[in-house]
Design a protein around this ligand. Sequence first.
Ligand code: SF4
Length: 653
Amino acid sequence: MGEYASLLGATGPLARAVEGFEPRHEQQVMADHVGEAIADRSVLAVEAGTGTGKTFAYLVPAILSGRHVILSTGTRTLQDQLFHRDLPMVSAAIGRPARVALLKGRANYLCRHRLDMADQAQALPGMEPPSAKTLARIRAWSQGTRSGDLSELDGLSDSDPAWAAVTSTRDNCLGQDCPQFSYCHVVQARREAQAADIVVVNHHLLLADLAMKEEGFGELLPGTDAVILDEAHQVPETAAQFFGLNVSSRQATALIRDALAELTRSGLVNPGIREELFAVEQSLASAHSALRGLPERIDWTAAPDAFIESLDAAAVLLDRLARAIDNGGDEAGLKALKRRAEDLARVIVELLDAGEDRGVRWIESTPRAFTASFTPFEVADRLREFMQARPCAWIFTSATLAVGDDFRHFLERVGAPDARTLRIDSPFDYEQQALLYLPKGLPDPSDRTHTTAVLQTAMPLIEAAGGRTFLLFTSYRALNEAAALLRARIGFTDRYPLLVQGEAPRDSLLRRFRESGEAVLLGTSSFWEGVDVRGHALAVVVIDKLPFASPDDPLLKARLEGIKRSGGNGFMDFQVPQAALALKQGFGRLIRDREDFGVVAICDPRLQTRGYGRTFIGALPPARIVHDGAEAASFLRKRLKAAGIRVPAVEAT
Ligand code: SF4
């Protein structure tokens, strides 16, 4: 362990260079294992408890190895943080310069060709046009940008119509036939990635590429010595999105919109072609209207005949459209359009013919669009094939990969059952810093009084802590009910700023929560993970129910069916460990620092009454368990007082 211990030790270069750096034995152990896995090209899964400092624990060996490494993260935010902050900092501190590159999905880069076309797109009927002012702003910026990364443009949201108008998709990119190919930002980003030692990507991009739904790594992966996946608990879900088939009405609308723009530009729009485009549009509109009145997500078996027939007709019409475009000539834009129409027709046919023995088909619809999808039962087999085909080191890490000491659930889902594993406990002293409060006598989670009971449990804790609370729900229904009940409570919102998911963007809610220092925040799944509130703004986390995935979710059904077919027990082999990992993520919001303290209350009686409750409790950090609300409230009061925080007493109302 020598080298990593000295680099990450109390007198090492990182301690000298990084403000607030704390040497941790656990971090050095992890660095040692990551270094070994890179050297012998093995598969390793590391669960590193909160506070281990896992980022440095993989960056140091990655940089020191001098090998080609891909770092993949779960979010763009972490991707930016690694590239702009952590990598340069570690590399400078240990005196090992490395060529690093940031590679995002193509939807993040300006497409110069589409920017040239954007004015013509404006004139087309039936589309929300990008504003001329925004396009002018993008044009002015495009003159000076080096990366072409649209995140450089402050305040431009990816939902702005201008964003879609000036970025490319795999479908509409002209590739080598493009007049802007030599200046293309997407091509340039990929070239830089190929020349770099360390490339920072995200799981969406990596998995989309592995599933051949994007390109970008075709040339990159063969020369790679190690792939390190942080926030790896997200990998199986992300993989499932890419290893199936998807057809969306938006995709078809974009094709029609781009076809009109391209044909207008080439002077080829004629009544015949317009009719072909209109026919495709009509068949998709009929498919969409056949879904009206049905639930948002339905199994394929519940799809009306009219939907299937319209989709079938769309495939035939798309093929006809491809032939009509083909007659228009040999221009690059037309060739790309023809390919898109053919591809879309092919995917529709594959979806219509997909065998029920390999996966599940399902449809999602909103008033504006629909998506029809096929999800295979087994993603693990595909991932295993990819890893075997690329025999480099594969290193998975996250704060939540194991249930207790058991990594089986995660490893089986990523197709690496024989991987080496390492579990590193958090350096935090949970027994001193946290209490796990399991209230007695609460109603069953399906009881209609459950949310009221959750709030009754939470109130004494909120009052003892002076706000400083996250209330985490497993459904929007419960979240909305709780928000209404708290607002109706006399004086509540005067004492505690109430922040409710959906009423403002997530980042803004979190900023207000940290700044207030005595707020109460209500959130659902997106607040269960990736949220970091250090310090005393957060002292209580209340969880309403065990986070089992909805049994109506077609994706879950697909997985359970797959497990059943291979002789397993879907509930115990999948649902329980999956929910235990999610619960661990929720619990993980509380203690983010050595100075943090607080109470996690879990208001689901099944934790205490069902046999599987032990699995959940065993997966959580070793906090002291109490069943008495008064004891939990007194713990909060004492700890806040010791931290010099005065909480005013609340008069009974
Ligand atoms: S090559 Fe593709 S992404 Fe690049 S400018 Fe041309 S169309 Fe846009």
